[in-house]
Design a protein around this ligand. Structure first.
Ligand SMILES: [Cu+2]
Length: 330
């Protein structure tokens, strides 16, 4: 056992003029690794990060995740390089039972650490806030009472090629999704079609318990609560199909509560929406549906269901749906 008064004959633990500049060595190992990692992330990983680039919100989320990775990779590599260097250079040599030199602090290391981590955290704070609240950003300030101006015009009808917002009501119930289009007579469908390059306002609500509308590739996730009109915006920028899942445990068939939506051309959307509206009008379904409202009273749903045997096929799924006789007294 060595004691504080013993100094090894070879002076191994006494910092000497021959001591290499470990900080610079670690830095020169770390810098090319960090640069390489960030370039790989930006050029090869970023385009494949979730949730893709199908909509304005998805694109923002993908960018945010890439920025976080680019900040995190150098920090992680810094730790790994430091540990690797310490293992190789500073491990105890065989037969050396002495203590390390008593170090009370190193202003350079401490200042670098505090300034570096503060800069990263403050940058991410500002970046995250801007991205979260910016219109059409990852968060876009949405919710039951959105705080930001909408990206397009709220209008009673929707015209292709304009900047009219298309309104789509998303209705969750155990255990299916249905959609109403108030600018097309308020028709209801289990299909979710959206026109490309059109600002969309989702009005998300529920008829029974809490659900969550998660249109994965669109980067949209909004709670569906009974009695609440939860607003979410996005602008689809690529055609194709996307999956809609319920993201809130809502009962025994929660896991089966999913379907697919589609982003189509504006002309195709207009043809589809007008066609469904005309068909539901002709079938008398539009008259049977309760008037479009931003929320529905869940207590009337079981009663509505009693009448619904008459209009099975409104949504193509079994269970309680809207029916005639609105308003119904519970
Ligand atoms: Cu659900």
């Amino acid at each position: 056992m060595s004691s504080a008064t013993e100094i090894p004959a070879d002076g191994a633990n006494v910092p000497s003029a021959r001591e290499p500049r470990h900080g610079w060595r670690i830095f020169t190992i770390w810098l090319p690794l960090a640069l390489a990692a960030d370039l790989l992330i930006w050029f090869f990983l970023y385009p494949h990060l979730p949730p893709g680039r199908m909509s304005s919100s998805a694109k923002h989320q993908q960018f945010d995740i890439a920025v976080l990775l680019i900040c995190a990779a150098p920090v992680l590599l810094g730790l790994w390089v430091y540990y690797g260097y310490a293992l190789v250079v500073w491990h105890a040599r065989r037969g050396d039972n002495s203590d390390g030199p008593p170090i009370h602090g190193h202003t350079g290391v401490q200042a670098t650490w505090i300034i570096g981590t503060s800069a990263i955290v403050l940058f991410l704070f500002v970046f995250g806030t801007v991205e979260l609240i910016g219109p059409a950003g990852a968060g876009a300030g949405e919710g039951p009472s959105p705080i930001w101006k909408l990206a397009g015009k709220q209008t009673a009808t929707w015209t292709p090629g304009s900047d009219d917002m298309l309104q789509v009501q998303v209705i969750g119930q155990q255990w299916t999704w249905s959609y109403r289009y108030p600018q097309f007579g308020g028709f209801e469908s289990t299909s979710l079609l959206l026109p490309i390059n059109t600002p969309i306002t989702f009005h998300v609500t529920s008829l029974d318990v809490i659900h969550s509308f998660w249109a994965y590739q669109l980067g949209v996730k909004a709670d569906a609560n009974p009695g609440v009109d939860n607003v979410a915006y996005t602008t689809p920028e690529q055609m194709g199909s996307f999956v809609v899942r319920c993201n809130e445990l809502c009962g025994i068939w929660h896991g089966a509560m999913f379907n697919y939506g589609q982003v189509v051309s504006q002309a195709a959307f207009l043809a589809w929406a007008s066609g469904v509206q005309a068909k539901e009008q002709a079938d008398g379904l539009l008259a049977a549906l309760p008037p479009f409202a931003l929320t529905y009273d869940p207590t009337v749903i079981p009663q509505l269901g009693k009448n619904l045997v008459n209009v099975v096929g409104v949504t193509g799924a079994p269970g309680y749906f809207y029916g005639p006789g609105n308003p119904v007294t519970p």
